[in-house]
Ligand binder design. Structure first.
Ligand SMILES: *[C@@H]1O[C@H](CO)[C@@H](O)[C@H](O)[C@H]1NC(C)=O
Length: 392
């Protein structure tokens, strides 16, 4: 009996050993897998880029988002519609099947959009993207450029991934087919690349945005729960606006995460400029600025964490800019935690008070890493080159 027990426990010891060995070896190989071409990869990219079969598993992306947007799993499911854009043309009143606008106006529900080939899409009117839509530009080169650009109006659960949006121009009021297939009249639109109006749960990842007549990205009128990650913003005066209007106090609830983006060269200001709301700006790289990098007014609140700010040799050195507001004075709260500064860059913090924590939920949370890794973490920001045969 005793002997039997000894044999029994040896057996279980052996099993335990095998389990532990398997655990540690898989763990070891997963720690190795944080690098591509010897560059440290950020948590969003690590989540899908090592999969060489990403084309077959495009929806894997939905669990990779972090920050206020949370996970994008509402965008997938049995009822997901796969739509392929085959035609770059745009007819705002009567969109043809295969065009981007046909999807945006004629197809409702959860839609995952891919593009058949490389395309330059010149929109005749702004494109309104509806809820539960993913635009997935991986594997092709897509430009939305040279006229009207993208708008998200009163919509939620949208992913914009790996497209180029540039040379956007202001649009006069006009008629177009809206998201529910009805003809609507849209007022004047300024020449921004992506404009969010009363939008929530929006993830903007790995896009390259540049050279537009107005700002590149506007988050306005009650929009919240947004993550702006891995994008490359360049060649632009006004880059990113969070909160459009001093009077619009509902933007007090706005929460935006700005992470792993690359700003520059030749960005002048607003990376971002915050009104009312709260921004967690972490692990971004700032390649110079002309006026300022981060600015705010109207009781806006910022946690700038472990970014790398590289000032121009000759330009402004101070990262921040703030505006006192009539009646309420200097009520902005700007804090810098673990940021790195080069070429004499400096950051004027709010005196006293406490850093506002993002209070992320479990699925929004991510580990902000030391600023010394920011060059590496942002080295594949913007549109990724995905070769046919290997990882993206
Ligand atoms: C996080 O919680 C603290 C404590 O309740 C609060 O003061 C702070 O404003 C919260 N942060 C945000 C971004 O709301």
């Amino acid at each position: 009996m005793v002997c039997h027990q000894v044999i029994n426990s040896v057996f279980w010891c052996f099993i335990l050993l095998v389990v532990m060995l398997t655990f540690f070896t898989t763990n070891a190989s997963s720690t190795e897998k944080t690098k591509i071409e010897d560059k440290e990869m950020n948590v969003i990219d690590q989540c899908w880029r090592f999969n060489p079969k990403w084309r077959k598993h495009r929806q894997q992306l939905t669990v990779c988002s972090v920050g206020y947007v949370g996970k994008m799993t509402n965008n997938i499911g049995k009822d997901l519609i796969h739509y392929t854009v085959t035609d770059p043309r745009d007819h705002p009143l009567n969109p043809a099947p295969g065009t981007l606008r046909y999807e945006a106006s004629r197809i409702q529900g959860k839609v995952w959009i891919t593009l058949k080939r490389n395309m330059n899409i010149k929109l005749v009117r702004p494109l309104l993207i509806s809820s539960f839509t993913t635009i997935d530009g991986r594997g092709v080169d897509v430009h939305i450029a040279d006229n009207a650009c993208l708008m998200i109006y009163k919509a939620t659960n949208i992913i914009i991934h790996r497209i180029r949006v540039h040379h956007c121009r202001p649009q006069a009021p006009g008629m177009m087919m809206g998201p529910d297939g009805k003809i609507i009249s849209l007022g004047q639109v300024d020449g921004g690349a992506i404009r969010l109006v009363s939008a929530s749960e929006i993830w903007i990842d790995h896009n390259t945005l540049y050279n537009c007549q107005d700002g590149l990205l506007d988050v306005t009128r009650g929009s919240t729960d947004i993550t702006i990650s891995n994008n490359w913003f360049r060649e632009q005066n006004k880059v990113m606006l969070l909160g459009h209007d001093d009077e619009f106090v509902r933007d007090k609830n706005m929460k935006v995460t700005v992470v792993y983006n690359y700003f520059g060269p030749n960005c002048h200001q607003r990376m971002p400029r915050i009104r009312h709301g709260y921004a967690h700006v972490a692990n971004n790289l700032y390649m110079g600025w002309v006026q300022y990098a981060i600015g705010g007014s109207m009781e806006s609140s910022l946690k700038s964490q472990s970014n790398l700010f590289i000032a121009h040799a000759t330009g402004k050195k101070e990262v921040t800019w703030r505006k006192s507001s009539n009646g309420i004075g200097d009520t902005w709260k700007f804090y810098s935690v673990g940021d790195a500064f080069e070429n004499g860059a400096s950051f004027v913090e709010t005196k006293g008070g406490q850093v506002t924590k993002p209070n992320y939920s479990h699925e929004q949370n991510f580990k902000v890493v030391d600023a010394k890794y920011v060059r590496s973490l942002t080295s594949s920001s913007g549109v990724l080159q995905c070769s046919k045969t290997s990882i993206c």
